[in-house]
Structures are given as C-alpha cells and as structure tokens.
Design a binder for this molecule. Structure first.
Ligand code: NAD
Length: 261
C-alpha cells in the first residue's frame, strides 16, 4: 500500500486526487496539507496540516502537489530533502525551480515526477505536434482555460512549444515566419514561446483545460486539439505517476516517458 499525502488538498485538483486515490485498492490517503484543510472533514486516519512544515516526517510515502507556484517553490525541495517522493502538478515552475529539485533529489535519494499536464490526451497532443512540426512552416498555439487560472500561458502550452521548437531545430528550421509589421494592439500576436512559437491564452468561465495547435503550409492546415472537460481527465496520469515515482530515480519531467513503461 502506497501512502499518499496531498498538498493543496482543499483545492479543485487536490479534492479530485483525494477521491481518485481513495477509489483505488493499492493507494491510501495518509496526509492532507492546505491552509483550508479543515473544510475537508477528513477522518482521524489522515494526518492534516495547514502547511508542509507542520506535517510530520514519514506521514506519507509520496506527496502530490497541486498548489500555486509561489507556494510550491517554497516547499518542494525541502519535501524531497525530508524523504518524501513527489508528484508535482502545479504549473508555473521555472527552470531554476526544476534545477533546485534536481539538486535536492540528488542529495537525498528521493524522486520527483513533474508534469504540466496529467491528461493522457494532452500528452499525445504534444507528441503529435512534435511529429507534425517539421512539415509545416507556420505554427501557433491557442490554450484555453477556466477563469480562475493564475498563470499564463499554461505549462502545457509552453511544453508543447518546446517540443515543436526542438523538432523544428532538429529539422534545420528557424523560428516561424511572422508577417506582422504593425502591431496596433500590444499582445495581439500572443506571447513568443520557445523557438518563437506564438502562444495565445484565453480565460473564460466554464472551461477546464483546452489546447489547439494550428499548423499552416502552402494550401493546407492541420489542427490538433485536446479538451479536458472535467478534472477527472487528469487522474489516471496522477495515479500512474504516484505508482511509478519510487522506482524512477531523480526528477522526471512530463508523463511522456511513463507511458512507454
Ligand atoms: P486551486 O486554487 O483550486 O487549489 C490550490 C490549493 O492550494 C488551494 O486549496 C490553496 O489553499 C492551496 N494552497 C495554497 N498555498 C498552499 C501551501 N503553501 N500549502 C498547502 N496548500 C496551499 O487550484 P487548482 O485548480 O486545484 O490548481 C492547482 C494547480 O494545479 C495550478 O497550478 C494548476 O495550474 C495546476 N493544474 C495542473 C494540472 C496538471 O495536469 N498538471 C491540471 C490542472 C491544474
């Protein structure tokens, strides 16, 4: 039985993780951390804490973090050093944050899996986009999320752009051509992502997490789209990561490698 602690337990994703873990036979929720943890009314078998530094060492084998970047940045490396394996879904972490996790993992022997998107369909979208990238001169990404999302663009859009940029540079292609010479409204062409791939962010109530990659070439276009209609879409990936993290040394970025066994 793997004992799972959820950081950000009272949030939208945290609550889904608690339900998903509770529905399995091989995982159990042993800890919950959130300033609002009292809202959850968890039983005595679960160690609760309002912050990670108040949680006892050994209260879980694996901690799953769905919080906000500023909070995660403050406690993830410490959690590794305290002996917890980590599954991190919080988006908005920087390369410097990941470097700190790698250092903490190397010095403590604990592991982390960090994924900007735990939905299998989104992982496949990223693969398909990298596959298509060398065949189209133009490419833009539109990501659409709910109106409570605090970071933009989404971590998935950045990871998608990175994959496209790598595939393009591997094929000897430069940045996508942008014909715009006059920007009437700043930001109209979106943000310039990795490899100069434009990323446009949309925030609307009612949405969950959606992404479109639009490729264009002479006389043709290709659109790849993924939709998460519900947060349950992320749970099979989270459970896969929880079950895998102990046997994956170091810091694993993305769910992609786990899908291949
Ligand atoms: P949310 O606002 O509903 O929940 C965040 C929770 O974190 C809140 O309950 C808050 O009280 C808690 N929190 C804040 N600071 C904390 C701290 N220091 N210690 C413990 N808990 C703390 O947000 P959400 O919609 O659940 O999303 C959480 C994160 O997950 C975001 O970064 C979001 O982008 C990301 N996300 C990732 C995926 C993925 O597949 N990787 C999918 C959806 C959302």
């Amino acid at each position: 039985m793997i004992r799972v602690g959820v950081i950000g337990a009272a949030g939208r994703m945290g609550r889904n993780v608690i339900d998903a873990v509770s529905a399995t036979d091989d995982l159990v929720v042993s800890a919950a951390v959130d300033p609002r943890v009292d809202e959850l009314g968890l039983g005595d078998s679960v160690a609760v804490a309002t912050s990670l530094d108040r949680l006892d060492d050994g209260a879980a084998d694996v901690l799953v973090d769905f919080t906000v970047p500023d909070a995660a940045r403050g406690h993830l490396a410490t959690a590794l050093r305290r002996g917890f394996h980590l599954v991190v879904g919080t988006t908005g972490l920087t390369e410097a944050d990941l470097a700190e996790l790698r250092e903490a993992s190397a010095s403590s022997g604990t592991n982390a899996i960090v994924a900007a998107n735990f939905a299998i369909g989104a992982v496949l979208l990223m693969r398909f986009a990298a596959l298509a990238a060398p065949y189209f001169e133009s490419v833009e990404i539109v990501e659409l999320h709910h109106d409570q999302k605090v970071d933009a663009p989404s971590g998935t859009a950045l990871a998608t752009a990175r994959g496209i940029a790598d595939a393009r540079s591997g094929a000897g292609m430069g940045e996508p051509h942008d014909p715009t010479t006059t920007v009437v409204l700043p930001g109209a062409r979106g943000g310039s992502g990795p490899g100069g791939v434009p990323i446009h962010s949309v925030r609307l109530p009612g949405l969950v997490a959606h992404e479109e990659v639009l490729f264009g070439g002479p006389g043709q276009g290709l659109t790849i789209r993924h939709d998460s209609y519900d947060r349950s879409s992320f749970m099979s990936g989270v459970l896969l990561a929880v079950r895998s993290v102990e046997s994956r040394p170091g810091v694993t970025i993305g769910l992609d490698v786990l899908l291949d066994g």
